[in-house]
Write a protein that binds this ligand. Sequence first.
Ligand code: FES
Ligand code: FE
Length: 380
Amino acid sequence: MSSVEVRAQQPEPATSLIPTLPGAHYTDPALFEREQQRIFQKNWFAAARSSDLPEPGKFRTVDVGGESVLIVRGRDRSLRAFLNVCRHRGARLCMDDSGSVRRSLQCPYHAWTYGLDGKLIAAPNLNSMNDVNRDEYGLIGVALREWLGTVWVCLADEPPSFADTVQAAVSGRLGDGDVIEKWGIDELAVGRRITYDVKANWKLIVENFMECYHCATIHPELTEVLPEFADGYAAQYYVGHGAEFGEDITGFSIDGQTGFGTLAGVDEHHDRRYYAITVNPQVFINLVPDHVIFHRMYPMAVDRTIVECDWLYPQSVLDSGADLSKSVELFHRVNQQDFEACERCQPAMSSKAYAAGGVLVPSEHHIGEFRDWVADAISD
Ligand code: FES
Ligand code: FE
């Protein structure tokens, strides 16, 4: 990788506009590979919702940093993560995105069989399993944490502090003394999941999420609910006090009316506000009074990103048979509008017009901080 030139920082121009990364950072497969190794393999990665794996034997496979990671709930009900690679001859153990096994994971190639704890328990035609060191040939474990009802994994041999990275990114975003636990995200249930296959580099999606400069032009429904956004201030500007609902708005929904009861832990101060939080490198969380919208991004290629978006509600709302459609529709449209914008930019990243990159307006300085975070991570 030493042949890859990383253009981490450009000189600030004489104007107050802030330079973005050069276009190659959105199109060069070698730079994407470097990001996989230096960013996605090194940091905590939100891989799944814990409730995707409700009982022993349920599994999910997810692409993280160029590796396939297998997450499975054990017979002790604990979640564990492994590299999805058989230790015999390297066959991919589970080909499906999700599924269920009974007691073990069996490789389809020569039937080496692993317990749900990753230990090798059987290998055909070996006279005795005593011939084989089961620990040595067990599945390779991946670090795993659960927080906010989310399964976070880290491929690094020595993962960074979860508190200093993931939790620190969230705390302090809600104003003094406020904590995300008030929204009770780990107790909420998935009311709706929509998976978007976006033909754009993952950084375009992060940068788009971090700005609200585009709200007035591409989000008519959102600015109806959050009139402050029509002024184009960055969403992160609202860190600490959130964006307030418009006067006639009673719910964060496509008609501005159809809401559900305020979540139990959410106090008056947050009752008519919207908060947007980014957790580097691939999570966006939107907090509104009656639900939470949780995005996980899976970078698949330099120009392709899968985004899995969950709309989370109290189980009681789901049990009541409430119609979620108007609630879901608002941010589904926002997502579609955002991803269309990202796909509009992606082909132009390879234009010579963008070889030196573009610019950010002053209110987007926090996107400049993201740019620096990425550049630092991939520079030598
Ligand atoms: Fe898995 Fe041979 S590769 S059992
Ligand atoms: Fe947007």
